[in-house]
Structure formats: structure tokens, C-alpha cells
Design a binder for this molecule. Sequence first.
Ligand SMILES: [Zn+2]
Length: 330
Amino acid sequence: MFVTALMDVEDLVAPESDDIARKCAEILSEEGVAATLCVVGEKARLLRQRGRDDVIDALRRHDIGLHTDFHSVPPTIAAAMAVRDWEDGITEAMRSEGPGAAAIESVFGSVPSCWGGPGNTWGPQVCAAIRTLGIPAFVYAHTQVPGGGVHRFAGCLAYPNGPSVSDTNYQEDATAEQDRERLADRLKTAAAAGSAWQQVFLGHPTRILHEEFWDAPNFLGGANPPRSAWRPARQKSPADLQRALDNFRRAARMLRSLPGIEMRTIRQMNAHFEGAAGSALTAQQQAEVWPGIERNLADMKGWPILPPDFDAANILNLTRARLNTLEQFT
Ligand SMILES: [Zn+2]
């Protein structure tokens, strides 16, 4: 079974989050895990502005995806897609994500391997936009096919969420160990069930450094303070941070050591699936997978950054109208 380890590099507020991103990338490299790092476009520009070639070089040893251009800064991608039809949504997603794709390519030297939505949010129009931007895939996909594997939606390769360890637990030895054991069990079960690929989300470097998410003190409930008023999240104590990094390393080491598992980046998986012929779902299969997709999309509302009046109805309708573009691989 192939497994892709993912992390999100996204803190636009605290300059200290540059160093922790480098540290996490280095730990993954030391443990022999080539991961896919989803980097926010503005974060890439900040790294270059701050002259952090050391961080860029450490990240670049991994595969780089695009984690939107501005992540939590309003309007977020889901809020923008929720109020636009198909065509206008594509135009808006091209406008908002184009600079992010360009930033990733210019800072890291290659087109992003994938696009990943912030806070598990998304709009289906994004798929058409990123294809035009040369990005062939999206991760953290809300869409699904029978059996739950990699698929295509609207012409894009789609990689659904999978088991993970929680970055909020890394600083507690006992819970971090439980997380690792649960992850190992779930991967073994998936492999035994014949799964071809699983995603493992390893967390956010910024959340390893801080007690809270970087966007929470700034953008909660759709707030949009001026940049000069952005304030960094609270940092952990040095002892908590060290414990968190130790448990992060143990999670990477465990992944590497699991029997029957081969680590692949999204870029490698894209190459694997590139020319593969998919088959469309039957009407009955589309009906079967819809409740799961609907649940995933309805769950987007749980992202605390979205404005309270966020309504996913349009995203649900546009997605449902395109279930006939779902393709599964056999
Ligand atoms: Zn994120």
C-alpha cells in the first residue's frame, strides 16, 4: 500500500513559524520520510522576503503543494465559492489561486503537485481553476468513490482524507502514543482490506510551536483585521515544544517502519495515476457515495474562521450536479 504523509505550512503571522517549518521538514528528512508539504502562497512570498533560503531549501527536499494563496484571510476560498455559480467561481478561483501557484513555482522551482483547501474547506469550481493553472490534483478531497480510494472529479485527481495523528496531542506523551497506535492499526486494516493508497496528515508546524492555531486570534468568525493588527498565537513552553517535536519524530519514524507500506509523495502518485483510465460511476454508485460527500461538505461549517452566515448549499448543489464527472480506478 502506498502512503502519503502531508503537512500544512501556513502561518502568515509569526516569523518564528519559519524556523519550526524548517525543523519539521528536517526531521522528516532525517527519518527518511519524503512528504508533501502544502504551503500557502503568501507564506512562500514571506520566506523569500525574509531571505529564508535555509527554510526554502529544507522544505524543497519534499514535494510542495499549494495550500491556497491566503488561507484564512477573508474571503476564504469556501466563502468565495459559496456565493458564485460555476463559471464565476472558476474565474474567482483563478484570480485568487493564480498568484499562489506562481509564488510556489518561483520560490520552490516547480508547479505545485496539488491544491489543498484550508480548514478542510473547498468549492468544486476550484478543480476547474487549478487544472487551468497546471495543478493536476487536489488533496483533502470531500468527494469520494465506492471503496474510498483516489479518484477523479471534474478532471482533477482527488486524494481523500485518511487517518492522521493530531498535532494538538504531540506535546502529551501518552495521547501521542495512543494516536500513533491508532494510526498504525488503521493503516494495517486499510492495507489488509486491499486499499491502494492512504493519506496520513501529520499536522501543521505552526501548531507544533504554538498552543493554538495562528489564525484563531485574528480571523475567527470571518474577522478581517488590518495586517498591522495581526498578532501571533501563544507559543508553547520550551519543554512542551521539545516533547511535541520528539513525538512528531516518533510518528514519522513509525510510518517509515510499518511493514507493507511504501511512502510516496503526491507528485509521485500523480505520475502513477496520470495516464490511468478511470471509469465513470453508475447512477446507482453516484447515489451511494452522495451521502458521504454531503456529510463532508456540511462539516465545512465547523471551521471557526468562516463567517457565521456561511451557507454551503450552493457548494453542495454544484458538487452534486457534477457527480457524473467522478471516475474511479480499478
Ligand atoms: Zn491549513
